[in-house]
Design a protein around this ligand. Sequence first.
Ligand code: PLP
Length: 397
Amino acid sequence: MKKSLSRIASNVKASSTITIDALFKKMKAEGQDVIGFGTGEPDFNTPDHIKQAGIDAIGKNQTRYTPAAGTLELRQAICDAAKKDYGLKYAPTQVVVSCGAKHTISQLMMILCNPGDEVILPSPYWVSYPEMISMAGAVPVVVEGLEENGFLITPEQLAKAITPKTKAVIFNSPSNPTGMIYKREDLKALCDICVKEGIYIVSDEVYDKLVYDGISFTSIPALGEEIKELAILVNAVSKTYCMTGWRIGWACANAEIAKIMSAYQSHSASAPASMSQAAALEAIKGDQSGIEKMRKEFEGRRDFFVKRVSEIEGISCCKPEGAFYIMLNVNALMGRTISGRAINSSDAFAETLLEKQGVAVVPCEGFGSPGYVRMSYAASMENISKGLDRIEAFIKG
Ligand SMILES: *Cc1c(COP(=O)(O)O)cnc(C)c1O
């Protein structure tokens, strides 16, 4: 008789997108004509000057442990960029570099939460948040962002969800999966409630550079000193610089939290990879022109996508303002029979669509939003066009 595994082992779920993804990969390997809209990363390569900085670091034997919180040069560059972009004043001792934003947030949950604490999570949310909260022994309290409110939560909703056990709230604007952005005054109203209640604000700002329609992005800690004291700003090179595989993200926080995060990380990861940190340094300090090129390309794809969706009967979407995802509302199709299959969930829609038309989308049950599927436009214009033609043909039956 073996002893049972831990509380975490019995609760941790593999990503809800895994069935569709496995089927997509199998069909692709068999040489079938499939189009994927599931990707959660830019379809562009890491710019050459950034790759070279990583290669140079290896050549110069920068292959040893760095300080647990990351090299001083990188932390200084992160501070300089936060100052330049948003007027934020952080010292390098307030910055902790980790192995991606996901790593940052999961370590943060361990530091902020005691078992039984509550973390408020606006939905639709990124799939990993509830898992990270649960692994820390805390409880996700979902507050529903309604489509008619642009998938954003209101201050009234937030205030109602707070209990004496509430420890933190997680904001992600621009959002994965909705692409929606909180306006400055709405964010201020939400964060003022957190200040009043002494609740920590985790702000996942990994899509801060991918905003459209001339919208100016508001970084949460820039809303005021009291908010900044409670806010933990999370960002990464992953999306901005097409560096998802390099695994570099960071937190900017008050000195107390940063010091604990650094100590925690020193025992869990030691430090993020040294050559990746060197590449991230070049990304943040070097030529920034690649970002605007990518942003423009995504904006053009989004415009095409939204227009095409509006022409197809049975599906609809909010026009996303940032990131590279669209939440497709498929509620009108629920209860219909398509290609001989009863479509009674977004899971069934996604599975049947992939089997019949070779188009992979992500059902949003795992994002807290049944009746929706997420599509990423980190795909070529040609594939977006072809994919939407196939969805139209699929719905027409
Ligand atoms: C992609 C993504 C991240 C980035 O995670 P990394 O660990 O840096 O790759 C963080 N948050 C959200 C919402 C994302 O979509």
